[in-house]
Design a protein around this ligand. Structure first.
Ligand code: NAI
Ligand code: OAA
Length: 266
């Protein structure tokens, strides 16, 4: 029996997951349906993969998936997470920024317990949650101070349509630091670009404390995310450089493969 799954959000990342299934990288799964805000995008993905194009979440849930992969938006997570989990359907999430809100994070955890379902945070554009969580656990167990943070270098054009945008970022000769603050402050400033910062904070010292630094790099394309977690005697550095966010879509595919595997890395 294949494991039934669906996708919410038929954009760049959702299509990576759908196409990975079509291309045989999710051989233990059956893609039963997809939904997305625009009918055109969901119809296209459904036609390309041969699954159902669902008008809304209720129609997708009626297909009885075991997992739903979210590749839509922070707003979508806020709207649907509790409903999905209470139906006993587990979630694979990419828009992790939704969990900067501690009250909402708590509601989601409660809904997962009630529904006997799980929320799986995909590595997204970063990774190393295993070692980050291990160091945080060691800090708690040993009552040690921990410092954790993420330093991101992004090509200047990546800051267009954000509150820190300025034309000079394109023509600067040096990199410019455009943000420093906590992960919680970061998601308030960049609602669409800091899933990685919130994910880092949830794996370590929490959204209020985990430090976020963002630099704009003129004439460059892509993102470099350098994550560090340190306690007395142990330091981890995880550095991921990618020219597009495709790695985030593939991280959901890798996660699904791990969930179905008899041997799990984490
Ligand atoms: N965790 C991570 O490291 C990363 C997370 N992301 C997040 O993943 C999500 C998807 O990213 P992309 O595929 O690049 O975006 P995209 O804009 O290409 O695709 C998103 C799709 O979801 C649909 N959508 C948005 N809100 C929806 C809702 N409430 N209900 C149903 N459909 C909805 C849109 O119409 C669009 O088709 C975004 O929230 C993005 O911020 C992106 C990159 C890295
Ligand atoms: O793709 C990236 O490098 C980071 C990103 O958009 C996010 O955290 O939402």
């Amino acid at each position: 029996m294949k494991i039934r799954f669906g996708i919410v959000g038929c954009g760049f990342l959702g299509n990576i997951v759908a196409n990975a299934w079509k291309d045989g990288f999710l051989e233990d799964y059956e893609l039963v349906g997809v939904t997305s805000r625009s009918q055109e995008s969901r119809d296209k993905t459904a036609a390309e993969t041969g699954c159902r194009s669902c008008r809304d979440l209720a129609e997708l849930l009626s297909l009885e998936p075991e997992y739903i992969v979210e590749a839509a938006s922070v707003e979508a997570v806020r709207d649907m997470a509790c409903t999905v989990l209470e139906h006993g359907v587990s979630l694979v999430l990419l828009s992790i920024g939704a969990f900067a809100d501690a009250a909402f994070y708590g509601q989601v955890r409660d809904a997962a317990r009630r529904g006997c379902a799980k929320v799986h945070l995909a590595n997204g554009a970063i990774g190393g949650f295993d070692v980050l969580q291990t160091i945080t656990l060691m800090a708690q167990a040993g009552k040690l101070d921990e410092t954790a943070g993420i330093e991101t270098h992004t090509g200047a054009r990546g800051f267009r349509n954000t509150p820190v945008w300025a034309e000079h970022l394109l023509t600067d000769t040096e990199k410019t630091t455009v943000f420093t603050g906590s992960a919680k402050e970061a998601i308030a400033t960049f609602p669409r670009r800091v899933n990685v910062a919130v994910a880092t904070s949830l794996a370590t010292t929490g959204p209020d404390i985990t430090q976020v630094t963002m630099h704009s790099v003129p004439g460059w394309t892509g993102d470099d995310h350098c994550i560090t977690a340190e306690i007395d005697g142990v330091k981890a550095t995880v550095d991921i450089c990618s020219s597009t966010s495709a790695i985030a879509g593939w991280s959901a595919v890798a996660l699904l493969r791990n969930l179905a595997s008899p041997v799990c890395f984490y």
